[in-house]
Design a protein around this ligand. Structure first.
Ligand code: ATP
Ligand code: MG
Length: 380
């Protein structure tokens, strides 16, 4: 079988690696060069999207910010999973908020802002502090403003207005102004829904961010109540979209309650630990789902965590000498803060996982990993 992936980054590469043993070839459409490549060899396979579509048995996406005309072409072939609508929802916070309302999923108080009047309404309806997030094309905390005092309002509006004016998008840009949630921690749920409506979810993951970018994910155990809540939200959202494939939901945990932050209609960075911590990793399960194959087990096999390698193109090979450690590089050119690879760490017990995480942290340089080292040092 052949799967055409929209997007040719590390997620396409890891999907290709996971698909290979099933005799499934992943070809990736690079939206920059508009060519279809083999994401493992980084070589061109087809010169244009139309050939990629014609040769594919199934089409899916590794990111949600895809031109709508590309999505329409893929959908017209009848091979696209999840649907173009699901992908668009993940790429536009306004549509995402509408889905959350339709599915009665709790989330932060918010106002949609598309002009100055909307901005004033946000100030009236929400109390400070407020976070403003671009409706389109936001990721890794980009396209966001934080409004902490009324004095900042005029300046923030000027910046948002300039941001609107500079938008090159064919879809009208907007902002979702959200009440800041005083959360206890951030967690996410990665799960998969098959073509027949079967749902399987991985354990909730605790997520730590460094400068607004995910840096550590830890699979949680012993959180039955939260897990049940999260699974219900997952089922409601994916049923509402008749979704097929892996979907991730980011939550804020406030006490015993989960509020949805955002969803990602694709495999997700907070699910990379499943490569070593679960029977079937998220990449394989996504491929299975979009190809109409039975879904694989999502149970936690052993305590596992993931550390992102941000902005560095090497770490000491000594980390490989620690048992239960796997290193995954993405083959990308080094750039400050860029996601370059990740390290999965597993243990037979929590104590052992912690010990191994600490041993890995001890080998990471202070310069680039100080925040990650501090987080690992504080895990109990
Ligand atoms: P990513 O691509 O890393 O998921 P993003 O750019 O899509 O990020 P969000 O996940 O919406 O954006 O926001 C980034 C971070 O900002 C969140 O992980 C959270 O720490 C913080 N944040 C966002 N919204 C709120 C909110 N309403 N209250 C408190 N913190 C928030
Ligand atoms: Mg996020």
């Amino acid at each position: 079988m052949n799967v055409l992936m929209l997007g040719a980054g590390q997620l396409a590469r890891m999907m290709a690696l996971a698909a290979k043993p099933l005799n499934i070839e992943v070809r990736a459409y690079d939206v920059g060069s508009e060519q279809v490549i083999n994401p493992l060899a980084n070589e061109q396979v087809y010169g244009d999207l139309a050939s990629g579509i014609a040769h594919a048995d199934a089409i899916t996406a590794e990111f949600e910010h895809i031109d709508h005309d590309v999505l329409a072409l893929c959908e017209a072939s009848g091979k696209l999973k999840p649907s173009s609508q699901a992908i668009k929802i993940g790429g536009d916070r306004r549509l995402e908020k509408a889905l959350l309302a339709q599915s009665q999923a709790d989330n932060a108080e918010h106002v949609i802002v598309e002009d100055e009047q909307g901005f004033q309404q946000a100030l009236e309806h929400l109390s400070l502090p407020i976070i403003l997030k671009s409706a389109l094309a936001g990721y890794d905390g980009k396209g966001q403003w934080r409004l902490k005092s009324n004095e900042q309002a005029a300046q923030v509006w000027t910046e948002v207005d300039e941001f609107f004016a500079g938008s090159k998008s064919l879809v009208k840009q907007g902002i979702v102004a959200e009440q800041m949630v005083p959360f206890d921690r951030e967690v996410s749920l990665v799960g998969v829904r098959g073509v027949n409506g079967d749902v399987k979810v991985y354990p909730l993951t605790e997520n730590h961010h460094t400068d607004g970018v995910l840096s550590v994910s830890l699979a949680l155990t012993g959180e039955e109540e939260l897990q049940k809540q999260a699974q219900q939200v997952f089922t409601n959202l994916t049923n509402a979209m008749d979704y097929v494939g892996i979907l991730a939901i980011e939550f804020f945990q406030v006490g015993n309650k989960l509020l949805v932050n955002e969803i990602a209609p694709r495999v997700h960075n907070s699910g990379h630990w499943t490569q070593q911590g679960s029977d079937t990793c998220q990449f394989e399960n996504h491929i299975r789902a979009v190809c109409g194959l039975p879904l694989g087990g999502t149970e936690l096999l052993r305590p596992t965590a993931m550390i992102n390698i941000l902005g560095e193109d090497q770490v000491s090979n000594e980390v490989l000498a620690i048992q239960g450690v796997s290193v995954h590089w993405y083959g990308k050119t080094k750039r400050a803060g860029r996601k370059m690879g990740h390290i999965n760490v597993s243990g037979e017990s929590h104590a052992q996982l912690q010990q191994r995480l600490q041993a890995v942290a001890d080998l990471l340089p202070e310069s680039a990993f100080s925040d990650i080292k501090a987080y690992i040092g504080n895990l109990t």
